[in-house]
Design a protein around this ligand. Structure first.
Ligand code: ACO
Length: 378
C-alpha cells in the first residue's frame, strides 16, 4: 500500500486503531482464531449456532446454553405480514443486498427499544437479526422466481432451515455441512471494511440497526463481500478451462482485479481457504455431474494460472462462490449469504465498541487550494 504523503496511510493499511478480543490473524502461523480457537477447527467440529454463541458471549455454549440458544433463534425466525409486504414492494431490479439493507433498516424503525443500547438489548436484537435475515433472503429469492415464501421450520437447524425456506427441501447432509462450514468461516474477521463501518457508526452512539445497515452497504462492494458473486460471474465469463490462462493474461493487461484473489491481511494465502476448498471438492465429487466438473477444473486452472503469473493466492470468496453456485443459489444471493453469517461478527464488534467507546474520527492531510478570499458574487 502506497503512502501518498508523509504520515498518510491511505486505506488505513497497517494502522492499528483499537484493541479487540474477538478474533485475530496470527501472522506467524497465518491462522485466524475466534476468541482463541482456530477457525478451521471450529468449522470442522462445531455448528454455526455454537460459533455465533462463541462470538457474542466469549465462550462456546454448554449443552443447556446451546439448547436455549437454538430454541430462541428458531422462535424468532418468522417475518410478520408488514415485512413480507415490504419485500414485495421493492423493485425486481434491485440487488438482494439492497433488499437486505432495507429490511434491516425497517427492523430498526420498528424496534421499540431502538434507543436502548444496553448490552442485553443489543444481544436480543443481534439474535433477532440472526434468526430473521435468512427468512428475508429466502423469501426474496423465491419472489424473484415468482414463488410464494416458505415459512421457517422450527424443527430444523439454522443451515437446514435455510435450504428448506429457499427450495422447499433439505439437501444431502454433505451439502448442508458445506454450507455450514462457509457460515463459520465467514462469521468474523477482525477490523475488515464492513466491521469497521459498523464500529464507526456505533462509535457515535448510534443504534445497532443503523450500524448493521451501514455494514451491509460496505460488504456489498466487489472489493469486499461482493467478490463471491463476482467470482462466479468471472468463471461463467471464462467458460472453458482451456481459456483460463489466455483470459487471465488479457484481464491483467487490462488492469482488471481478479475477483476472489488477494487480501489486505493475508499475503501468503487466506487461512480459511483450505477447509472451504476441501468442502467444495467434496461437493463436486458428490455432484458427479459434467458441468460441476468443468467448473471445478476451470476454477483450479485459473487458481494455478494466477499463482504462476502473479503469485497471488485465492481468498475465501474464491471457493465459496463456486460452492454456493453448486448448492443451487442464484449468483446475486451469494453476498446476502455472507451477511447471514457476518452479522454475528458485526454485532459482537458493536458490543465491544460500546464497552470501551471512543468516537472514531481520523484526520486527513489537506491537499486542496490555499486559503483564499471569497470573491464578490457576480
Ligand atoms: N488481481 C490482480 N492484482 C491484484 C489482486 C487481484 N485480485 N489483488 C492484489 N493485486 C495486486 C495489485 O494490483 C497490486 O499490485 P501492484 O503493487 O503491482 O500495483 C498488489 O497486488 C497489491 O494490491 P492492493 O490492491 O494494493 O492490495 P490491497 O491490500 O489494497 O487489496 C484487495 C486487497 C482489495 C482484497 C485486493 O486483493 C482485491 O481487489 N482483490 C479482489 C477482490 C476480492 O477478492 N475481494 C475479497 C476480499 S476477501 C473477503 O472479503 C472475504
Amino acid at each position: 500500500m502506497t503512502t501518498t504523503a508523509p504520515g498518510v496511510h491511505r486505506g488505513l493499511a497497517g494502522v492499528v486503531v483499537d484493541t479487540t478480543g474477538i478474533s485475530t490473524v496470527i501472522q506467524e502461523t497465518n491462522s485466524l482464531t475466534y476468541r482463541g480457537y482456530p477457525v478451521q477447527d471450529l468449522a470442522a467440529r462445531r455448528s454455526f449456532e455454537e460459533v455465533a454463541h462463541l462470538l457474542w458471549h466469549g465462550e462456546l455454549p454448554d449443552e443447556g446454553q446451546l439448547r436455549d440458544f437454538r430454541a430462541r433463534e428458531r422462535a424468532l425466525r418468522p417475518l410478520d405480514r408488514t415485512t413480507l409486504e415490504l419485500l414485495t414492494r421493492l423493485p425486481d431490479t434491485c440487488h438482494p443486498m439492497d433488499v437486505l439493507r432495507t429490511a434491516v433498516s425497517f427492523f430498526g424503525a420498528e424496534d421499540p427499544a431502538e434507543d436502548d443500547g444496553s448490552p442485553a438489548a443489543n444481544r436480543a436484537k443481534s439474535l433477532t437479526l440472526l434468526a430473521r435475515l435468512p427468512t428475508v433472503v429466502a423469501a426474496d429469492q423465491r419472489r424473484r422466481h415468482g414463488l410464494a415464501p416458505i415459512p421457517p421450520d422450527p424443527s430444523l437447524g439454522y443451515a437446514e432451515n435455510f435450504f428448506h425456506m429457499c427450495f422447499g427441501g433439505v439437501p444431502a447432509p454433505e451439502v448442508v455441512r458445506c454450507f455450514e462450514i462457509s457460515l463459520v468461516l465467514y462469521a468474523e474477521h477482525s477490523f475488515n471494511a464492513s466491521t469497521f463501518t459498523a464500529r464507526v457508526v456505533t462509535s457515535t452512539l448510534s443504534d445497532l440497526h443503523s450500524a448493521v445497515t451501514a455494514a451491509i452497504g460496505a460488504l456489498k462492494g466487489p472489493l469486499h463481500g461482493g467478490a463471491n458473486e463476482a467470482v462466479m460471474r468471472m468463471l461463467l465469463e471464462i467458460g472453458d478451462p482451456r481459456r483460463a490462462e489466455e483470459w487471465l493474461e488479457e484481464a491483467l493487461a487490462a488492469q482488471r482485479k481478479i475477483m476472489g484473489f488477494g487480501h489486505r491481511v493475508y499475503k501468503h494465502g487466506d487461512s480459511r481457504v483450505p477447509i472451504m476448498q476441501e468442502a467444495l471438492d467434496r461437493l463436486v465429487a458428490r455432484a458427479a455431474d459434467p458441468e460441476a466438473t468443468r467448473l471445478a477444473t476451470l476454477h483450479a486452472a485459473l487458481r494455478d494460472a494466477m499463482a504462476g503469473r502473479k503469485g497471488i493466492h485465492p481468498n475465501l470468496d474464491y471457493p465459496a462462490g463456486l460452492a454456493y453456485h453448486l448448492m443451487g443459489f442464484d449468483t446475486p444471493v451469494f453476498t446476502p449469504l455472507f451477511v447471514m453469517s457476518r452479522v454475528t461478527g458485526w454485532t459482537a464488534h458493536i458490543t465491544e465498541q460500546l464497552a470501551h467507546n471512543a468516537l472514531i474520527r481520523p484526520l486527513a492531510s489537506y491537499d486542496g487550494p490555499d486559503q483564499r478570499a471569497v470573491p464578490d458574487a457576480a
